[in-house]
Write a protein that binds this ligand. Structure first.
Ligand code: ZN
Length: 399
């Protein structure tokens, strides 16, 4: 039975009140809207235009199979860009101050074969509230039984190699999303620890209609109009999604599953002793915060600290407010986890997977446990990434 978690804020932190006041003042004093500006609209045109252009080039039937495969791979990259930059903000309601504009732009998710309504529950409500809490945040359950990110879970033999095969599983995530995940989440009784709401009738229609439309546009229509075999169309479809899955998987994982991030377990009463905002700082990390390219392409998902604290602010403003957040976290003696570059974050993610798989397994064996797959690691080891042992694990992170 899953408990409802409460953040009880035992330390009575003033961090969030302070940072919110300062961020409010930034927008007010500079006369800036929290929503999309000209640069954001230009980026939206670039992402959606690039996506439409690539699809148009493929369906025009003017190219040979190898060129089309290249276009399909690029389409996968642009699918991720549309999701990061347009859909994610629109579904959060942060893209525009107008509900209608957000609603319209959230339809961009259908173009990717994904369902914005299901996402609004599993991401906006569950992931954003219960970030990194095992059995509650389904976003960290990448492939249950295969990838171990919760230090309190038993470690299995196969997980010795998770630092290698996890990346292949990320690549499969997008295929699973368009073919399986949305249906499963829509019909399951709970998402994480959250009761699935009573769905409006229109959402049943939206789920099946837009999925069918997507399969038609991206599988059936190409089979009808392109001068290639049906299996070549399927190769293109799979290639698009493998690339999209890998890009999405990596960007998501580098925000919550790197050295220094916590996976807190609620106490016996089902409470977390920190405030919600402090919890976000402990479970989330930025990367490439100063990279103009990462800021342009990642839709603010490289600055998830700011995103988790201010999900109603359009990501185009995250770089500007990140200094305020970092400074305030420092004043309150709280972590501000960040990797300077994408590759340093990737290295950190790889080491963490290895630590939680390979090292955890062999540590258990060294302790003389004959059946390591059934052993629950003890706290000091399980808490390698927790407070007691922070310094060792955060050497690659700046505070
Ligand atoms: Zn979000």
């Amino acid at each position: 039975m899953i408990q409802k978690i409460k953040f009880i804020d035992a330390r009575k932190s003033t961090f969030f009140a302070t940072v919110r006041e300062r961020v409010d003042a930034y927008f007010r004093e500079n006369g800036i809207s929290r929503h999309a500006n000209g640069a954001m609209w230009a980026k939206t045109a670039f992402c959606l235009g690039g996506y439409g252009l690539l699809y148009g080039l493929i369906i025009s039937n003017q190219f040979g199979p190898w060129t089309m495969l290249g276009l399909a791979v690029l389409l996968g990259v642009f699918s991720a860009f549309v999701g990061f930059n347009v859909s994610h903000d629109a579904i959060h309601g942060s893209f525009s101050g107008s509900k209608r504009v957000n609603h319209l732009l959230s339809h961009s998710f259908y173009l990717l074969g994904a369902n914005p309504y299901v996402w609004s529950i599993s991401h906006n409500i569950v992931h954003h509230t219960y970030t990194n809490i095992p059995h509650h945040d389904e976003d960290i359950e990448i492939a249950p039984g295969l990838v171990r990110v919760d230090p309190d879970e038993p470690v299995s033999k196969i997980q010795r190699y998770q630092h290698v095969y996890a990346f292949g599983l990320y690549a499969l995530a997008s295929l699973s999303w368009v073919l399986r995940k949305d249906y499963k989440k829509f019909f399951q009784a709970r998402i994480g620890g959250h009761d699935t709401p009573h769905h409006p009738r229109i959402e049943y229609f939206n789920l099946f209609f837009y999925k069918a439309l997507y399969y038609f546009l991206f599988i059936v229509l190409p089979m009808l109009v392109l001068d290639v075999a049906w299996w070549q169309v399927l190769i293109g479809f799979v290639a698009t999604h493998l690339v999209e899955g890998l890009v999405i998987g990596l960007v998501f994982q580098l925000a919550h599953v790197v050295e220094g991030t916590h996976f807190p377990t609620p106490n016996a009463e089902g409470n977390l002793e920190e405030s919600w905002a402090v919890h976000q700082l402990q479970t989330t990390a930025n990367f490439s915060r100063r990279s103009a390219l990462a800021n342009f392409l990642c839709g603010g998902l490289n600055m998830q600290i700011e995103h988790h604290l201010f999900p109603k602010v359009c990501h185009i403003h995250y770089a500007a407010i990140s200094e305020i957040v970092k400074q305030t976290a420092r004043e309150h003696n709280l972590p501000y986890l960040e990797n300077k570059t994408f590759f340093s974050a990737l290295g950190s993610h790889y080491r963490l997977l290895k630590q939680l798989g390979h090292h955890a397994y062999h540590n258990n064996r060294r302790k003389g446990d004959r059946r390591p797959e059934e052993r629950r690691p003890e706290r000091p080891e399980a808490g390698d990434r927790r407070k007691g042992d922070r310094r060792r694990d955060t050497h690659t992170l700046t505070h």
